[in-house]
Design a protein around this ligand. Structure first.
Ligand code: PMP
Ligand code: GLN
Length: 385
């Protein structure tokens, strides 16, 4: 194809291909064990597949309503009520999205205008900053303090200005596995109480939280919830990352604005999968086991590698374990991650990719949402490094 000859001014000049795509492609090419991108390598529940098949055979194969299948929105409202004692009206305050990624993008797009400022905590999930920038917003980065990645409450107030439109929260936190504490949310509430600031709360790992810690959902804090869009993902609730269905909760007036954009981004999402999730959600045993299940995976992985030279940074939630490698080498995390794929056959994510300035604490992220056999093979390799 002949190249475009016009005046091409990129809206995202600094943005390359997502690190998850890059590392997974490299892992495939080198036939490495892939602990980079966050997805399970074990089968999902067969009964869920049966339900999708059932709804396809029943003929639920055309457009679902724009805001999502009513049965699924009702089940989400029920789940949120039961888990966080919060009431969201399924008709007006819950929308089904094509994964959390689309919910995040659409929420930013609906509210962030040119030159509005958005506060993003770093290290940050990779979609936040580009979604803000492409919509004309400016980012103010707040660095989480290494090694436990807590919020810097001394510096955060200095980032707030009359232009601050939104703060993006993520707990349990990708990539670090850190979790927000009640004190954090109490402080946040005070900090923004007289300001016109929205919160986008990415809670996709709400059920993957360890040591019996309660997930501090924004839904538990009515004052904050009144100005928050809360994002969830069935990719993480039912381990179906490839089905790309998520949801968003928000007060009616915020949701009305969200839907104005949503209808022109995707209009609506996969219909039979939504019906299947609605039925599957009726049995809470289908997701109540997640904390215990993934805590056992985390424990198995960390026990296996404790004989090696990597230093374990505690993970309290998510699919991810951070490992510091300073005792092994002083090289940059991207180079070390590349070498691990090429020379040792194991793929991880260099944590500097989650910082706008590539800050390098010599830490790699490993996904433990894998079959025990995969974790054993990976640990065998890691222990020899
Ligand atoms: N937010 C975080 C913190 C994530 O880790 C992910 C990846 N699962 C997403 C959003 C995107 O989720 P989805 O695959 O549902 O788009
Ligand atoms: N959330 C997953 C991760 O952090 C991957 C998402 C993606 O590939 N964009 O690895």
């Amino acid at each position: 194809m002949k190249k475009y000859q016009g005046n091409l001014i990129s809206k995202l000049p600094q943005t390359g291909t997502s690190i998850f795509a890059v590392m997974t492609r490299m892992a495939k090419e080198r036939e490495a064990i892939n602990l980079s991108q966050g997805f399970p390598d074990f089968p999902i529940q067969g009964s869920l597949i049966d339900l999708v098949t059932k709804y396809m055979k029943l003929g639920y194969n055309q457009y679902a309503p724009m805001e999502g299948v009513p049965e699924l929105r009702e089940m989400i409202a029920h789940k949120v009520k039961k888990t966080y004692h919060a009431t969201y009206n399924p008709e007006k305050e819950i929308t089904i999205t094509a994964g959390a990624t689309q919910a995040i993008y659409t929420a930013i797009s609906a509210f962030v205008r040119d030159e509005d400022e958005v506060i993003v905590f770093e290290p940050a999930y990779d979609s936040y900053a580009p979604s803000v920038k492409v919509n004309g917003g400016m980012i103010k980065y707040s660095e989480l303090i290494y090694p436990d990645y807590h919020i810097d409450w001394e510096k955060l107030p200095q980032l707030i200005s009359s232009r601050t439109k939104m703060i993006i929260l993520n707990s349990p936190h990708n990539p670090t596995g850190a979790v927000i504490k009640p004190e954090d949310l109490q402080r946040l509430e005070k900090l923004i109480q007289n300001r016109d600031i929205l919160i986008l709360s990415d809670e996709v790992y709400e059920h993957i939280i360890f040591e019996g810690i309660r997930h501090e959902s924004i839904c538990l804090y009515p004052e904050l919830a009144a100005r928050t869009l809360v994002v969830g993902s069935f990719g993480k609730i039912f381990q179906t990352t490839g089905w790309k269905i998520g949801f968003i909760l928000a007060p009616e007036n915020l949701m009305a604005e969200f839907r104005k954009v949503h209808q022109f981004v995707v209009f609506t999402c996969n219909s039979p999968v939504q019906y299947a999730f609605a039925e599957f959600l009726k049995d809470e045993n289908n997701y109540k086991h997640l904390a215990e299940f993934f805590q056992a995976k985390r424990n198995y992985f960390t026990e296996l590698i404790s004989a090696g030279r990597f230093e374990i940074i505690p993970s309290y939630g998510t699919y991810f374990q951070l490992l510091n490698y300073e005792k092994i080498t002083g090289e940059k995390d991207k180079l070390f991650a590349e070498r691990l794929i090429n020379e040792n056959g194991i793929a991880s994510i260099p944590v500097s990719s989650f910082y706008h300035d590539q800050k390098d604490n010599k830490v790699l992220r490993f996904c433990f949402a894998k079959a025990d056999e995969t974790l054993e093979k990976a640990a065998n390799i890691l222990c020899k490094i």
